[in-house]
Design a protein around this ligand. Sequence first.
Ligand code: DAH
Length: 345
Amino acid sequence: MEEDLKTIVLQAEKGISDLHSLPEFESFKAKFLGSNGALTQAAKSIGKLSAEERPRVGKLVNEVKIQIESIFAKALTRIEEAELAKKIGSEVDPTLPSPDGQKGVIHPLTQIRRELDDIFRKIGFTVAEGPEIESEWYCFDALNTPDYHPARDEQDTLYFPKGSDFANISRKSNERYVLRTHTSSVQIRTLLQEKPPLRIIAPGRAFRRDAVDATHSASFHQIEGLYVDKNVTVKDLKSVLDYFSAQLFGNNVKVRLRPSFFPFTEPSFEVDLYSPNLGKLSNKWIEIMGCGIVDPEIFKAVDLDPEIWTGFAFGMGMERLAMIRYGIDDIRYFYNNDLRFLKQF
Ligand code: DAH
């Protein structure tokens, strides 16, 4: 009996390495552990032994059974892995996540915002924020935009109903509230919170009472810039704009300033860009932003001395930048969440 058990183990060890498929494995296993298998038979024959021999042989059979089961368990793992590898044509690490799940992409507006963050961070700008619901003072008055200015018209600005109260936002009592029409309000908030010299960009959402078409959206995104120090001139402004444009659109872009008007800058400019490699927009001047030297009235509104402090500011539409950069011809693509569009980025 003891000899028989040893032979069973030897046979199992010898035969196991020849097995290469699950059916082969199952039928080989049955020869030992099936109802007519050698080990099952040996276990059954214990009953025929004398009372003295039974405990010793019973123990032995159990030990052999554990040994055989472990031989088969190892072989099963080896065979299953080999079969899987054959199916997919290479060795696999089954602990890795499945490769065929759908991967998301970063929205093009987020991509452009991150790029702008990086570009300006390299020259010492930090990111500032302000609320999307603004009081009229932050959005207009402090930015030297008088009551009669057309931007404040009900046709252009989304006002909250009279009597709305956002106490944590207003600076004066009885103010009216708006959805901010531009990110320029963050200039005022920053100047009230931080001491100059300072350099910030403020990316964020802005709102206007616009009918939606290929180039307009009632909700859109801007990025504001503000640089305040002593003796800041148009030359400083232009060199930052040159740097920024080359970083975003490549070294062979040209940048020009065209005189314009904004209530919060004096002088004010529109910035045009010219590049040989912008697809359909190549080789012509395209307007990309407004900018200028901070008007002394702004410093007065926030209790800074305009005899000491000077600065420049700029503001641009992020959708527009992304449209130029990626050759997108309709602003509505950004908001429709159409995967065929989004997957291209
Ligand atoms: N706030 C302006 C707009 O929404 C853009 C702008 C122009 C911002 C000139 C500025 C600036 O900071 O200096 O059209």
